[in-house]
Ligand binder design. Structure first.
Ligand code: PHE
Ligand code: FE
Length: 287
């Protein structure tokens, strides 16, 4: 969660963290978490990366309801030395990257309301914790997230943050994974959404293209609707290897000379796993 304010709000620590205040969640909020959890847990087997399901056990804590971060962190830290920390809302880019680089995942502590069960604009604790935490228990994905934080701090020195942000978007938030001849979901924005969990993998509308670092960092994305293109990685190992072994400085320089691509563009050189008909996106646009 990234924003543009520059000093922490009252009550937050200098690193922008706040206590989770777990006792303040209401019975209604715990019940809504359970409903969201049950819905996704029913939908995801067979659709999601096996590593996500393995990590999900982490969130089945001693009692139902919204996880208490202190209890969650004992298990998560034991698995991969990551922890989850609460923040009051959007945090500045450098703060976000600094936490990731130190294996701390920043999470909102508020839960959506029942009226927002299917769509909300700002990430809440269900998105941040259900969506992101399971894969933080995977050793390879855990290393990718740390490397991304370090890469984020570095990108700021080249004024290239918004290019690198596309990598986060198309992997951590909206990534798909090849699994034999099948596709599996792993992006947190997908797996925390009932509707996008169905759309991203099974709908004919969006493109599904093979992962290519430079191509991906040229590509704009939609923040207000389902994606028009998803990028598909071969494995978390491959994603980690490609990103840590590549020096991004020359990529950032190359991107200066290349035009940005629209979310639905398909190029001759793309590895097209599925050419979307964009029927959904077309129906959403004013004529
Ligand atoms: N290797 C990247 C760089 O040179 C850092 C990075 C690693 C970025 C992993 C994203 C993900 O900046
Ligand atoms: Fe997210």
């Amino acid at each position: 969660m990234v924003g543009s304010l520059s000093s922490p709000p009252p009550g937050a620590a200098p690193d922008w963290t706040v206590p989770q205040d777990w006792p303040r969640y209401t019975a209604e909020e715990h019940a809504l978490w359970d409903d969201l959890f049950a819905r996704q847990a029913a939908l995801l087997p067979g659709r999601v990366a096996p590593a996500f399901l393995a990590g999900l056990d982490m969130l089945r804590l001693s009692r139902p309801g919204i996880p208490d971060f202190s209890e969650l962190n004992e298990r998560l830290f034991a698995a991969t030395r990551w922890t989850v920390v609460a923040v009051p809302g959007l945090v500045p880019d450098a703060v976000f990257f600094e936490h990731l680089a130190n294996r701390r995942f920043v999470a909102g502590r508020f839960l959506r309301t029942r009226a927002q069960i299917d769509y909300l604009e700002e990430p809440d604790i269900f998105h941040d914790v259900f969506g992101h935490v399971p894969l933080l228990a995977d050793p390879v994905f855990a290393d990718y997230m740390q490397a991304y934080g370090e890469g984020g701090l570095r990108s700021m020195r080249f004024g290239a943050l918004h290019k690198l942000a596309r990598l986060y978007w198309y992997t951590v938030e909206f990534g798909l994974l090849r699994d034999g001849g099948d596709l599996k979901l792993y992006g947190a924005g997908i797996v925390s959404s009932r509707t996008e969990s169905l759309f991203a993998r099974d709908d004919p509308s969006p493109n599904r293209l093979g992962f290519d670092l430079l191509r991906l960092m040229r590509t704009n994305y939609r923040i207000d609707d389902f994606q028009e293109t998803y990028f598909v990685i071969d494995s978390f190992e491959d994603l980690l290897r490609q990103t840590i072994e590549t020096d991004f400085e020359p990529l950032y320089a190359a991107l200066e000379t290349l035009d940005d691509l629209a979310p639905a563009d398909v190029l001759a050189e793309d590895l097209v796993l599925h050419r979307g008909d964009q029927s959904y996106a077309r129906g959403r646009r004013p004529a």
